[in-house]
Design a protein around this ligand. Structure first.
Ligand code: NI
Length: 190
């Protein structure tokens, strides 16, 4: 497995809508190898998820995985590795304020609204159709990754007045946001 180079804001690939993966393409060992590389890259960078455009690939593939004790997002509940091929959100309810960062938007955090519950249809890496309903902070992570597949970054949705570097977020925003995040987890179980 290979750790791939991360693309950052300003790279047009992050703004280009992705194309669906065909069943034959998904079975191709090269595609399966790419999914392994995406996983390896996410883990090396300590992300909560990663989408193909973030490594310069135009296919509709993203992953979500929050490992216990994730140093970037310690308030996010652990969530097992989930490979999303051709995902789309088919239902969304509720509204919550969250603070996000992104591996493709270095040293910036911001506050935005996300749905509190989303239902996602996708195929797994074997091509099996799947549907999953996720809530709370996990729902936020899913929305963030699927946004990437549509050329949307969290900063597009955030109130610019809330933008902060990670150091300033640690200093001025983290304590209050982590209390808010705990309340979301208490209410939604994720
Ligand atoms: Ni991101």
């Amino acid at each position: 497995m290979t750790v791939l180079a991360l693309r950052v804001i300003g790279d047009p690939v992050l703004r280009s809508p992705t194309r669906p993966v065909t069943p034959a393409e998904l079975q191709d060992p090269a595609t399966q190898g790419f999914i392994d590389d995406l996983i390896e890259t996410k883990r090396a960078a300590h992300g909560a998820g990663l989408a193909a455009p973030q490594v310069g690939d135009g296919r509709r593939i993203a992953i979500v995985e929050v490992e216990a004790g994730n140093p970037r997002y310690p308030y996010k509940p652990p969530y097992g590795l989930t490979v999303l091929v051709n995902p789309r959100i088919v239902a969304a309810t509720g509204r919550m304020l969250v603070n996000e960062g992104c591996l493709s938007v270095p040293d910036l955090r911001g506050t935005l609204h996300r749905s509190t519950e989303v239902t996602v249809r996708f195929e797994d890496r074997d091509g099996t159709p799947s549907q999953r309903t996720v809530r709370g902070l996990t729902a936020g992570t899913f929305q963030h990754e699927i946004d990437h597949l549509d050329g949307v970054l969290f900063c597009d949705r955030a109130d610019p007045a809330t933008f902060a570097t990670w150091a300033m977020f640690d200093l001025h925003g983290r304590r209050a946001f982590e209390a808010h995040a705990r309340a979301i987890v208490d209410e939604h179980g994720a």
